[in-house]
Design a protein around this ligand. Sequence first.
Ligand SMILES: *Cc1c(COP(=O)(O)O)cnc(C)c1O
Length: 227
Amino acid sequence: MIARQLQDVRARIATACRAAGRAPDAVALLAVSKTFGADAVRAAHAAGQNAFGENYIQEAVDKIDALRDLPLQWHCIGPIQSNKTRLVAERYDWAHSLDRLKIAERLSAQRPDGLTPLQVCLQVNIDGGPTKSGVAPAEALALARAVAALPRLKLRGLMTIPEPAPDFDAALAVHRRARALFDELNAEGLALDTLSMGMSADLEAAIAAGSTLVRIGTAIFGSRVPK
Ligand SMILES: *Cc1c(COP(=O)(O)O)cnc(C)c1O
């Protein structure tokens, strides 16, 4: 089932790329395996998937340990508290959810010398929800400059989690704002190559707006049982 759903998601991505006049390999697929066990990740890997996203740091570390025999790439896409930065710095390849300099500084200080720099994105609160995590768009440039200067981090881009939109056009409008901010930061010389946006429900709109990485859970693994 996972193999077939992965295939369907890859086909959706390819169709959306074609519709947007983009190359079929312009968009990377991150499989979001939160709440699913190591067996589900193993099945997805057997079907050709290597990059996995997780929200809950301890849950992810348990899976990383159980799957050590596979060449997987792990992306942290959930909130990072100060007391969890060491696990992220030591065990992950990417963190998409940076929104505070203090957390970025800890990750850089705790990233082991033997590993390549931690690849990071700034999470941007693109639709302005007052209680949402993510840096405000107006503060993204200053934070990006500060993070780009940290020695053991490599700033790759921006990540967004907009509120669910009622239709394609509404989703597209919000994703376009993220794309505009991404272009603005690049015009300031930041050399970003990753725009992490689009989930199971809105990947087509995200790709139309210029997403380079979609984070897909439900469409690959099925519905999650709420915690
Ligand atoms: C859960 C989650 C996803 C995947 O969402 P689906 O709707 O299941 O595809 C993507 N990004 C983040 C940050 C998530 O927490």
